[in-house]
Design a protein around this ligand. Structure first.
Ligand code: NAP
Length: 293
């Protein structure tokens, strides 16, 4: 059992930290910017909480984080009261935020100067994956740090993979988001077309989901998309943040992403409809008016 810390008890971080403690049996100290959440977590799982990231991370062999974006991540690592200031040489920082590959490399270098290891380790699987401890984790960084961290990460993950050097975890998550963006738009257009053609959508999906058009989104989301229900996890605001990161990276590596860029703008339309917190399947609301908000 290891001594661990977890920074950022949001929708994802709260249950992930819970699994480290309850399932992994690790001695877990947490930090959350809004202290009430840290107190609630300690009330539920035991352990302790720090008033700053540095206080929570002090003496931990592994420090995990899951905050919002690049700047939030800088704040909890190298900002005032950041975790790097108290972490011992040889300890490992594992970041689960969806952030840029650039910030991952920057923090990998800043950590190395202090003798600390930094792994970028974004996740997929959403809120349900975090709550059920079955996330997929895509890791970038050094192999020896990965080998040490992997069994601890398994406390809340079903699939963990080292994808390459620092930044490779974030780049893999970008591939994931590119694949999802175009797919959800295609599914939205398919359902909207079926409705316009007066077909029985349930019958259509029942048949085509057994063929080449099948997807997780089709199997799990067609019904709620058809009903205009968009309260199933990953929010449009977060998706736009992720697609912004993707499109920035593509400017550097030269990849051409015409559909991804277009879908990003479609998500801007959904935001204009008031859908900032709707889940990502709400692309269909541009094509078929939503019945619910
Ligand atoms: P969330 O519920 O909004 O939680 C964000 C957490 O980060 C909160 O604990 C928040 O603290 C903390 N935080 C934000 N800015 C901070 C700062 N500057 N300093 C210290 N703490 C800060 O978000 P989430 O849904 O858990 O998502 C977290 C990350 O995982 C994001 O990068 C997201 O893209 C990614 N992700 C999310 C999902 C999903 O389905 N939700 C799926 C895959 C990946 P407070 O409580 O004080 O606000």
């Amino acid at each position: 059992m290891a001594k661990v810390a977890f920074l950022g008890l949001g929708v994802m971080g709260y249950p992930m930290a819970g699994h480290l403690s309850a399932r992994g049996g690790h001695e877990t100290r947490v930090y959350n910017r809004t202290t009430a959440k840290a107190e609630a977590w300690v009330g539920q799982f035991g352990g302790g909480h720090g008033r700053t990231p540095a206080e929570a991370a002090d003496g931990a062999e592994f420090v995990f984080s899951c905050v919002g974006n690049d700047d939030d991540l800088r704040q909890v690592t190298i900002g005032e009261g950041g975790a790097f200031s108290s972490m011992a040489p040889g300890s490992v920082f594992v970041d689960h935020t969806t952030a840029s590959a650039k910030v991952a490399r920057e923090l990998h270098a800043a950590a190395a100067e202090r003798g600390i290891h930094f792994l970028d380790a974004p996740v997929s699987g959403g809120q349900a994956g975090a709550e059920n401890g079955v996330l997929t984790v895509m890791v970038g960084g050094d192999a020896d740090a990965y080998d040490r961290a992997e069994p601890v990460i398994r406390s809340f993950a079903r699939m963990v993979g080292l994808m390459g050097p620092s930044g490779a975890g974030q780049l893999t998550k970008m591939v994931n988001q590119i694949a999802i963006a175009g797919l959800v738009q295609g599914l939205s257009e398919a359902i909207a077309f079926a409705k316009a053609a007066d077909l029985d959508v349930e019958k259509v999906i029942g048949v085509i989901s057994k063929g080449a058009a099948q997807s997780w989104q089709m199997e799990n989301r067609w019904k709620t998309m058809d009903a205009g229900q968009f309260s199933f996890g990953f929010a449009v605001d977060w998706m736009r943040k992720d697609l912004g990161i993707v499109l920035d990276e593509a400017k550097t590596n030269g990849a051409r992403l015409p559909v991804t860029a277009l879908v990003d703008q479609f998500y801007a339309d959904v935001q204009a409809l008031g859908g900032n917190r709707w889940d990502t399947s709400s692309l269909i609301a541009r094509l078929v008016p939503a019945k619910t908000a």
